[in-house]
Design a protein around this ligand. Structure first.
Ligand code: GLU
Length: 472
Protein backbone atom coordinates (compact mmCIF):
# COMPACT_ATOMS: atom_id res chain seq x y z
CA UNK A 1 0.00 0.00 0.00
CA UNK A 2 1.52 3.31 -0.95
CA UNK A 3 1.14 5.87 1.78
CA UNK A 4 0.21 9.47 1.19
CA UNK A 5 3.23 11.73 1.04
CA UNK A 6 3.38 14.23 3.88
CA UNK A 7 6.10 16.87 3.92
CA UNK A 8 6.56 19.83 6.17
CA UNK A 9 8.39 23.09 6.45
CA UNK A 10 9.54 23.72 10.02
CA UNK A 11 11.13 27.16 10.34
CA UNK A 12 12.33 28.65 13.60
CA UNK A 13 10.78 32.11 13.87
CA UNK A 14 13.93 33.90 14.89
CA UNK A 15 14.32 36.17 11.88
CA UNK A 16 12.95 36.74 8.42
CA UNK A 17 12.26 33.88 6.02
CA UNK A 18 15.60 33.82 4.25
CA UNK A 19 16.16 32.54 0.75
CA UNK A 20 17.48 29.15 1.86
CA UNK A 21 14.41 28.61 4.02
CA UNK A 22 12.15 29.65 1.17
CA UNK A 23 13.82 27.09 -1.09
CA UNK A 24 13.39 24.37 1.55
CA UNK A 25 9.72 25.27 1.81
CA UNK A 26 9.40 25.20 -1.99
CA UNK A 27 11.04 21.77 -2.32
CA UNK A 28 8.69 20.32 0.29
CA UNK A 29 5.71 21.98 -1.35
CA UNK A 30 6.65 20.71 -4.83
CA UNK A 31 7.27 17.21 -3.54
CA UNK A 32 3.91 16.97 -1.78
CA UNK A 33 1.86 18.80 -4.41
CA UNK A 34 3.28 16.68 -7.22
CA UNK A 35 2.18 13.51 -5.45
CA UNK A 36 -1.25 14.44 -4.21
CA UNK A 37 0.26 14.64 -0.76
CA UNK A 38 0.05 17.10 2.10
CA UNK A 39 2.40 19.96 2.86
CA UNK A 40 2.38 21.03 6.50
CA UNK A 41 3.77 24.05 8.28
CA UNK A 42 5.19 23.89 11.77
CA UNK A 43 6.63 26.89 13.56
CA UNK A 44 9.50 25.76 15.78
CA UNK A 45 8.98 28.36 18.45
CA UNK A 46 10.44 26.56 21.44
CA UNK A 47 13.24 29.07 21.85
CA UNK A 48 11.17 31.63 23.72
CA UNK A 49 13.96 34.18 23.89
CA UNK A 50 14.66 34.28 20.18
CA UNK A 51 11.24 33.52 18.68
CA UNK A 52 9.05 36.51 17.91
CA UNK A 53 5.47 36.83 16.59
CA UNK A 54 6.81 39.31 14.03
CA UNK A 55 9.17 36.67 12.65
CA UNK A 56 6.32 34.14 12.47
CA UNK A 57 4.28 36.71 10.57
CA UNK A 58 7.19 37.38 8.20
CA UNK A 59 7.40 33.65 7.46
CA UNK A 60 3.68 33.40 6.79
CA UNK A 61 3.75 36.52 4.60
CA UNK A 62 6.75 35.23 2.69
CA UNK A 63 5.05 31.93 2.01
CA UNK A 64 1.86 33.66 0.94
CA UNK A 65 3.78 35.84 -1.47
CA UNK A 66 5.61 32.85 -2.89
CA UNK A 67 2.28 31.04 -3.28
CA UNK A 68 3.33 28.12 -1.07
CA UNK A 69 0.02 27.17 0.49
CA UNK A 70 0.11 24.66 3.32
CA UNK A 71 -2.49 22.15 4.43
CA UNK A 72 -4.24 22.32 7.77
CA UNK A 73 -3.52 24.56 10.72
CA UNK A 74 -0.09 25.98 11.41
CA UNK A 75 1.39 23.82 14.18
CA UNK A 76 3.14 25.55 17.08
CA UNK A 77 5.90 23.36 18.46
CA UNK A 78 5.92 25.18 21.80
CA UNK A 79 2.23 24.39 22.31
CA UNK A 80 3.03 20.67 22.15
CA UNK A 81 5.57 20.58 24.99
CA UNK A 82 3.36 18.29 27.11
CA UNK A 83 3.20 15.75 24.33
CA UNK A 84 6.99 15.86 23.92
CA UNK A 85 7.41 15.23 27.66
CA UNK A 86 4.89 12.39 27.47
CA UNK A 87 7.06 10.59 24.92
CA UNK A 88 10.17 11.06 27.05
CA UNK A 89 8.30 9.62 30.01
CA UNK A 90 7.13 6.69 27.94
CA UNK A 91 10.74 5.90 27.01
CA UNK A 92 11.62 6.22 30.67
CA UNK A 93 8.87 3.79 31.65
CA UNK A 94 10.03 1.34 28.99
CA UNK A 95 13.64 1.49 30.20
CA UNK A 96 14.80 3.10 26.95
CA UNK A 97 15.65 6.27 28.79
CA UNK A 98 16.88 6.89 32.30
CA UNK A 99 17.01 9.49 35.01
CA UNK A 100 20.38 11.19 35.20
CA UNK A 101 21.17 13.02 38.44
CA UNK A 102 24.61 14.25 37.38
CA UNK A 103 25.06 17.94 38.04
CA UNK A 104 26.68 20.43 35.66
CA UNK A 105 29.79 20.37 37.84
CA UNK A 106 30.02 16.58 37.72
CA UNK A 107 29.61 16.56 33.96
CA UNK A 108 32.30 19.22 33.63
CA UNK A 109 34.63 17.24 35.90
CA UNK A 110 34.04 14.12 33.76
CA UNK A 111 34.99 16.05 30.65
CA UNK A 112 38.05 17.64 32.18
CA UNK A 113 39.35 14.29 33.26
CA UNK A 114 38.58 12.68 29.90
CA UNK A 115 40.49 15.45 28.18
CA UNK A 116 43.45 14.92 30.47
CA UNK A 117 43.39 11.20 29.80
CA UNK A 118 42.90 11.86 26.08
CA UNK A 119 39.63 9.90 26.02
CA UNK A 120 36.41 10.92 24.31
CA UNK A 121 34.83 13.80 26.19
CA UNK A 122 31.32 12.54 25.40
CA UNK A 123 29.63 12.31 28.76
CA UNK A 124 28.86 8.82 30.02
CA UNK A 125 26.39 9.08 32.84
CA UNK A 126 26.96 6.85 35.87
CA UNK A 127 23.16 6.67 36.19
CA UNK A 128 22.58 4.80 32.94
CA UNK A 129 22.33 1.41 34.59
CA UNK A 130 21.85 2.53 38.19
CA UNK A 131 19.41 0.68 40.40
CA UNK A 132 16.38 2.98 40.93
CA UNK A 133 16.68 2.16 44.64
CA UNK A 134 19.86 4.25 44.65
CA UNK A 135 18.19 7.30 43.07
CA UNK A 136 18.49 10.39 45.24
CA UNK A 137 15.62 12.76 45.84
CA UNK A 138 17.08 15.41 43.57
CA UNK A 139 16.41 17.03 40.20
CA UNK A 140 17.23 14.86 37.20
CA UNK A 141 17.35 15.01 33.45
CA UNK A 142 15.91 12.23 31.30
CA UNK A 143 18.53 10.83 28.94
CA UNK A 144 18.03 8.38 26.10
CA UNK A 145 19.87 5.06 26.44
CA UNK A 146 21.73 5.36 23.17
CA UNK A 147 23.27 2.25 21.66
CA UNK A 148 27.00 2.20 22.44
CA UNK A 149 28.08 -0.24 19.75
CA UNK A 150 27.51 -0.39 16.05
CA UNK A 151 26.58 2.50 13.83
CA UNK A 152 23.60 4.60 12.84
CA UNK A 153 23.07 4.84 9.11
CA UNK A 154 21.14 7.74 7.68
CA UNK A 155 19.82 6.60 4.32
CA UNK A 156 19.81 10.05 2.83
CA UNK A 157 18.25 10.57 -0.59
CA UNK A 158 20.68 13.33 -1.45
CA UNK A 159 23.85 12.49 0.42
CA UNK A 160 23.62 8.70 0.13
CA UNK A 161 24.16 6.50 3.18
CA UNK A 162 25.77 8.50 5.95
CA UNK A 163 27.20 6.32 8.70
CA UNK A 164 27.80 7.64 12.19
CA UNK A 165 29.50 5.41 14.74
CA UNK A 166 27.33 5.11 17.80
CA UNK A 167 30.27 5.68 20.10
CA UNK A 168 30.32 9.20 18.67
CA UNK A 169 26.87 9.88 20.03
CA UNK A 170 26.13 10.40 23.70
CA UNK A 171 23.05 9.66 25.74
CA UNK A 172 21.30 12.81 24.65
CA UNK A 173 19.07 14.59 27.12
CA UNK A 174 15.37 14.35 26.25
CA UNK A 175 13.96 16.26 29.22
CA UNK A 176 15.95 18.88 31.07
CA UNK A 177 15.96 18.86 34.86
CA UNK A 178 13.24 21.54 34.82
CA UNK A 179 11.06 19.08 32.88
CA UNK A 180 11.23 20.92 29.56
CA UNK A 181 11.74 18.82 26.41
CA UNK A 182 14.73 19.43 24.16
CA UNK A 183 14.39 20.56 20.60
CA UNK A 184 15.64 17.29 19.10
CA UNK A 185 12.86 15.34 20.82
CA UNK A 186 10.23 17.90 19.85
CA UNK A 187 11.12 17.60 16.13
CA UNK A 188 10.81 13.81 16.15
CA UNK A 189 7.58 13.69 18.10
CA UNK A 190 6.02 16.39 15.95
CA UNK A 191 7.12 14.81 12.69
CA UNK A 192 5.77 11.47 13.84
CA UNK A 193 2.47 12.83 15.12
CA UNK A 194 1.98 14.94 12.01
CA UNK A 195 2.49 11.84 9.90
CA UNK A 196 5.49 13.30 8.08
CA UNK A 197 6.82 10.78 5.58
CA UNK A 198 9.60 12.86 4.01
CA UNK A 199 11.93 15.26 5.79
CA UNK A 200 13.50 17.59 3.24
CA UNK A 201 15.69 20.24 4.89
CA UNK A 202 19.09 21.92 4.88
CA UNK A 203 22.13 19.71 5.31
CA UNK A 204 23.05 21.67 8.42
CA UNK A 205 20.58 19.26 10.05
CA UNK A 206 22.26 16.08 8.84
CA UNK A 207 24.02 15.51 12.16
CA UNK A 208 20.74 15.94 13.99
CA UNK A 209 19.23 13.17 11.89
CA UNK A 210 21.43 10.55 13.58
CA UNK A 211 20.24 11.60 17.03
CA UNK A 212 16.68 11.92 15.84
CA UNK A 213 16.78 8.47 14.27
CA UNK A 214 17.72 7.08 17.69
CA UNK A 215 14.47 8.41 19.10
CA UNK A 216 12.49 6.92 16.21
CA UNK A 217 14.17 3.58 16.86
CA UNK A 218 13.55 3.72 20.60
CA UNK A 219 9.86 4.48 20.01
CA UNK A 220 9.57 1.87 17.28
CA UNK A 221 8.33 4.53 14.86
CA UNK A 222 8.83 4.51 11.10
CA UNK A 223 11.81 6.63 10.10
CA UNK A 224 10.90 9.26 7.50
CA UNK A 225 12.70 9.47 4.19
CA UNK A 226 15.58 11.88 4.75
CA UNK A 227 16.73 14.37 2.15
CA UNK A 228 19.31 16.89 3.33
CA UNK A 229 19.87 19.54 0.74
CA UNK A 230 23.14 21.47 0.30
CA UNK A 231 23.18 25.12 1.23
CA UNK A 232 23.01 27.99 -1.21
CA UNK A 233 26.23 29.82 -1.98
CA UNK A 234 26.93 33.18 -3.55
CA UNK A 235 28.02 33.49 -7.22
CA UNK A 236 31.67 33.28 -6.08
CA UNK A 237 31.08 29.94 -4.38
CA UNK A 238 31.40 31.43 -0.92
CA UNK A 239 28.81 31.26 1.82
CA UNK A 240 25.75 33.30 0.87
CA UNK A 241 25.95 36.82 2.25
CA UNK A 242 23.60 39.79 2.12
CA UNK A 243 25.47 41.11 -0.88
CA UNK A 244 24.83 37.80 -2.64
CA UNK A 245 21.11 37.75 -2.10
CA UNK A 246 20.79 36.36 1.41
CA UNK A 247 17.81 38.57 1.94
CA UNK A 248 14.45 37.88 3.46
CA UNK A 249 11.98 36.77 0.79
CA UNK A 250 9.97 39.92 1.40
CA UNK A 251 12.97 41.83 0.04
CA UNK A 252 12.60 39.95 -3.22
CA UNK A 253 8.98 41.02 -3.38
CA UNK A 254 10.13 44.58 -2.74
CA UNK A 255 12.70 44.25 -5.51
CA UNK A 256 9.74 43.46 -7.74
CA UNK A 257 10.38 39.89 -8.84
CA UNK A 258 7.23 38.03 -9.88
CA UNK A 259 6.61 35.12 -7.52
CA UNK A 260 6.23 32.60 -10.36
CA UNK A 261 9.72 33.48 -11.60
CA UNK A 262 11.06 33.29 -8.08
CA UNK A 263 9.57 29.80 -7.63
CA UNK A 264 11.05 28.65 -10.92
CA UNK A 265 14.45 30.07 -10.03
CA UNK A 266 14.47 28.64 -6.50
CA UNK A 267 13.44 25.24 -7.83
CA UNK A 268 16.41 25.28 -10.18
CA UNK A 269 18.71 26.33 -7.36
CA UNK A 270 20.03 22.95 -6.33
CA UNK A 271 17.65 20.79 -8.34
CA UNK A 272 17.52 20.02 -12.03
CA UNK A 273 15.38 18.24 -14.55
CA UNK A 274 17.51 17.63 -17.62
CA UNK A 275 18.33 20.92 -19.27
CA UNK A 276 15.03 22.54 -18.40
CA UNK A 277 15.46 26.07 -17.10
CA UNK A 278 12.03 27.59 -17.60
CA UNK A 279 9.01 25.69 -16.33
CA UNK A 280 5.57 26.22 -14.90
CA UNK A 281 4.40 25.22 -11.43
CA UNK A 282 2.53 22.28 -12.92
CA UNK A 283 5.67 21.04 -14.64
CA UNK A 284 7.79 21.60 -11.54
CA UNK A 285 5.32 19.64 -9.43
CA UNK A 286 5.23 16.80 -11.90
CA UNK A 287 9.01 16.68 -12.33
CA UNK A 288 10.33 17.42 -8.87
CA UNK A 289 12.01 14.45 -7.25
CA UNK A 290 14.71 13.91 -4.67
CA UNK A 291 17.05 12.25 -7.18
CA UNK A 292 17.34 15.54 -9.07
CA UNK A 293 18.76 17.40 -6.07
CA UNK A 294 22.46 18.19 -6.49
CA UNK A 295 25.09 17.19 -3.96
CA UNK A 296 27.07 20.40 -4.04
CA UNK A 297 25.94 23.85 -2.98
CA UNK A 298 23.98 25.80 -5.58
CA UNK A 299 25.18 29.27 -6.55
CA UNK A 300 22.82 32.19 -6.38
CA UNK A 301 22.73 34.20 -9.58
CA UNK A 302 20.64 37.37 -9.85
CA UNK A 303 20.95 37.46 -13.66
CA UNK A 304 19.36 34.04 -14.02
CA UNK A 305 16.67 34.95 -11.54
CA UNK A 306 15.86 38.06 -13.54
CA UNK A 307 15.79 36.25 -16.87
CA UNK A 308 13.42 33.60 -15.59
CA UNK A 309 11.26 36.31 -14.06
CA UNK A 310 11.02 38.00 -17.45
CA UNK A 311 9.94 34.78 -19.11
CA UNK A 312 7.28 34.20 -16.49
CA UNK A 313 5.97 37.76 -16.60
CA UNK A 314 5.55 37.42 -20.37
CA UNK A 315 3.31 34.35 -20.11
CA UNK A 316 1.35 35.34 -17.02
CA UNK A 317 -2.32 36.20 -17.39
CA UNK A 318 -2.78 39.97 -17.73
CA UNK A 319 -4.97 40.06 -14.62
CA UNK A 320 -2.35 38.22 -12.59
CA UNK A 321 0.36 40.69 -13.60
CA UNK A 322 -1.87 43.62 -12.67
CA UNK A 323 -2.70 42.06 -9.32
CA UNK A 324 0.93 41.35 -8.51
CA UNK A 325 1.88 44.84 -9.63
CA UNK A 326 -0.69 46.29 -7.20
CA UNK A 327 0.68 44.04 -4.43
CA UNK A 328 4.18 45.20 -5.26
CA UNK A 329 3.13 48.85 -4.99
CA UNK A 330 1.50 48.16 -1.62
CA UNK A 331 4.52 46.20 -0.35
CA UNK A 332 6.85 49.04 -1.28
CA UNK A 333 4.58 51.78 0.06
CA UNK A 334 4.00 53.37 -3.34
CA UNK A 335 0.84 55.18 -4.35
CA UNK A 336 -1.90 52.97 -5.64
CA UNK A 337 -2.79 53.80 -9.25
CA UNK A 338 -5.72 56.08 -10.05
CA UNK A 339 -8.60 54.54 -11.93
CA UNK A 340 -7.55 56.37 -15.09
CA UNK A 341 -4.06 54.94 -14.79
CA UNK A 342 -5.50 51.50 -14.10
CA UNK A 343 -7.67 51.65 -17.20
CA UNK A 344 -4.67 52.53 -19.37
CA UNK A 345 -2.61 49.89 -17.62
CA UNK A 346 -5.24 47.27 -18.43
CA UNK A 347 -5.00 48.21 -22.09
CA UNK A 348 -1.22 48.24 -22.11
CA UNK A 349 -0.38 45.25 -19.96
CA UNK A 350 -0.50 42.81 -22.88
CA UNK A 351 2.56 44.37 -24.52
CA UNK A 352 4.21 45.81 -21.41
CA UNK A 353 4.54 42.46 -19.69
CA UNK A 354 6.56 40.97 -22.52
CA UNK A 355 9.35 43.50 -22.18
CA UNK A 356 9.78 43.67 -18.40
CA UNK A 357 11.47 41.24 -16.03
CA UNK A 358 10.53 42.90 -12.77
CA UNK A 359 7.82 45.27 -11.53
CA UNK A 360 10.17 48.28 -11.40
CA UNK A 361 10.97 47.57 -15.07
CA UNK A 362 7.26 47.26 -15.84
CA UNK A 363 6.66 50.63 -14.20
CA UNK A 364 9.50 52.09 -16.19
CA UNK A 365 7.99 50.82 -19.44
CA UNK A 366 4.60 52.12 -18.31
CA UNK A 367 5.94 55.59 -17.48
CA UNK A 368 4.21 57.02 -20.56
CA UNK A 369 0.81 56.07 -19.20
CA UNK A 370 1.47 56.55 -15.50
CA UNK A 371 2.81 60.08 -15.83
CA UNK A 372 0.38 62.93 -16.34
CA UNK A 373 0.79 65.95 -18.57
CA UNK A 374 2.78 67.94 -19.03
CA UNK A 375 5.40 65.36 -19.92
CA UNK A 376 8.89 66.67 -19.26
CA UNK A 377 11.30 65.10 -21.78
CA UNK A 378 14.54 63.90 -20.23
CA UNK A 379 17.82 65.23 -21.53
CA UNK A 380 18.39 62.51 -24.08
CA UNK A 381 14.93 62.52 -25.61
CA UNK A 382 14.76 66.34 -25.60
CA UNK A 383 17.54 66.34 -28.17
CA UNK A 384 15.26 64.73 -30.73
CA UNK A 385 12.78 67.59 -30.41
CA UNK A 386 14.78 69.81 -32.74
CA UNK A 387 13.26 72.46 -35.00
CA UNK A 388 12.86 70.13 -37.95
CA UNK A 389 11.16 67.45 -35.86
CA UNK A 390 8.85 69.97 -34.23
CA UNK A 391 7.91 71.13 -37.71
CA UNK A 392 7.02 67.58 -38.69
CA UNK A 393 4.99 67.05 -35.50
CA UNK A 394 3.07 70.29 -36.23
CA UNK A 395 2.25 68.93 -39.63
CA UNK A 396 1.20 65.61 -38.19
CA UNK A 397 -1.22 66.83 -35.54
CA UNK A 398 -3.98 68.11 -37.86
CA UNK A 399 -3.91 64.77 -39.67
CA UNK A 400 -4.47 62.96 -36.39
CA UNK A 401 -7.63 64.96 -35.63
CA UNK A 402 -9.96 62.93 -37.74
CA UNK A 403 -8.24 59.65 -38.52
CA UNK A 404 -9.86 56.56 -37.13
CA UNK A 405 -7.79 55.60 -34.09
CA UNK A 406 -6.68 52.17 -35.22
CA UNK A 407 -3.20 50.75 -35.60
CA UNK A 408 -3.54 50.41 -39.38
CA UNK A 409 -4.70 53.96 -39.96
CA UNK A 410 -2.16 55.43 -37.58
CA UNK A 411 0.58 53.48 -39.32
CA UNK A 412 -0.57 54.78 -42.69
CA UNK A 413 -0.50 58.38 -41.51
CA UNK A 414 2.83 58.24 -39.69
CA UNK A 415 4.55 56.32 -42.45
CA UNK A 416 3.11 58.79 -44.97
CA UNK A 417 4.51 61.76 -43.07
CA UNK A 418 7.94 60.15 -42.72
CA UNK A 419 7.97 59.35 -46.39
CA UNK A 420 6.91 62.85 -47.38
CA UNK A 421 9.94 64.19 -45.52
CA UNK A 422 12.26 61.55 -46.87
CA UNK A 423 13.12 60.32 -43.40
CA UNK A 424 13.09 56.84 -41.94
CA UNK A 425 10.35 56.01 -39.47
CA UNK A 426 12.90 56.06 -36.65
CA UNK A 427 13.54 59.76 -37.22
CA UNK A 428 9.85 60.42 -36.64
CA UNK A 429 9.51 57.97 -33.80
CA UNK A 430 12.19 59.68 -31.71
CA UNK A 431 10.39 63.04 -31.28
CA UNK A 432 7.11 61.14 -30.85
CA UNK A 433 8.65 59.17 -27.98
CA UNK A 434 9.98 62.37 -26.46
CA UNK A 435 6.59 64.08 -26.68
CA UNK A 436 4.47 61.14 -25.56
CA UNK A 437 6.73 59.59 -22.93
CA UNK A 438 9.54 62.06 -22.28
CA UNK A 439 12.15 59.43 -22.89
CA UNK A 440 14.07 57.78 -25.71
CA UNK A 441 13.32 54.15 -24.86
CA UNK A 442 9.60 53.42 -24.80
CA UNK A 443 7.11 50.87 -26.04
CA UNK A 444 6.17 51.20 -29.69
CA UNK A 445 4.82 54.58 -30.73
CA UNK A 446 1.60 52.97 -31.98
CA UNK A 447 1.08 51.04 -28.80
CA UNK A 448 1.44 54.27 -26.84
CA UNK A 449 -0.92 56.22 -29.09
CA UNK A 450 -3.57 53.51 -28.90
CA UNK A 451 -3.42 53.38 -25.10
CA UNK A 452 -3.33 57.14 -24.63
CA UNK A 453 -6.17 57.77 -27.10
CA UNK A 454 -6.56 60.63 -29.49
CA UNK A 455 -7.12 63.52 -27.06
CA UNK A 456 -4.23 62.72 -24.78
CA UNK A 457 -1.90 62.01 -27.70
CA UNK A 458 -2.73 65.30 -29.36
CA UNK A 459 -2.44 67.19 -26.09
CA UNK A 460 1.03 65.77 -25.50
CA UNK A 461 2.16 66.55 -29.03
CA UNK A 462 0.80 70.10 -28.66
CA UNK A 463 2.62 70.48 -25.35
CA UNK A 464 5.91 69.56 -27.04
CA UNK A 465 5.24 71.90 -29.95
CA UNK A 466 4.32 74.86 -27.78
CA UNK A 467 7.23 74.27 -25.41
CA UNK A 468 9.54 74.41 -28.45
CA UNK A 469 7.80 77.61 -29.51
CA UNK A 470 8.52 79.18 -26.12
CA UNK A 471 12.15 78.17 -25.93
CA UNK A 472 12.99 78.37 -29.59
N1 GLU B 1 13.65 24.66 12.72
C1 GLU B 1 14.76 24.21 11.93
C2 GLU B 1 15.34 25.38 11.17
O1 GLU B 1 14.70 26.41 11.04
C3 GLU B 1 14.36 23.13 10.95
C4 GLU B 1 14.21 21.82 11.59
C5 GLU B 1 13.86 20.71 10.65
O2 GLU B 1 13.54 20.97 9.48
O3 GLU B 1 13.87 19.57 11.10
O4 GLU B 1 16.46 25.29 10.72
Amino acid sequence: MSETVVTRFAPSPTGYLHIGGARTALFNWLYARGRGGRFLLRIEDTDHERSTPAATQAILDGMTWLGLDHDGEVVSQAARADRHAEVANQLLAEGKAYKCFSTQEEIQAFRDQAREEKRSTLFQSPWRDADPATHPNAPFAVRIKAPRDGATVIADQVQGDVTIRNDQLDDMILLRSDGTPVYMLAVVVDDHDMGVTHVIRGDDHLNNAARQQMIYDAMGWDIPVWAHIPLIHGPDGKKLSKRHGALGVEEYQKLGYPAAGMRNYLARLGWSHGDDEFFTDTQAQAWFDLGGIGKSPARFDFKKLENLCGQHMAVMEDAAVLQEWADYLAATGQDIPSSAQMTRMEQAIGFLKSSAKTYPQLIDKAAFLLNDRPIEPDEKSARSLDTVSIGILSELTPQLQNVSWTRTDLETILNGVAEAHGIGFGKLAAPMRAALAGRAATPSVFDMMLVLGRDETLARLDDAISRAGQTG
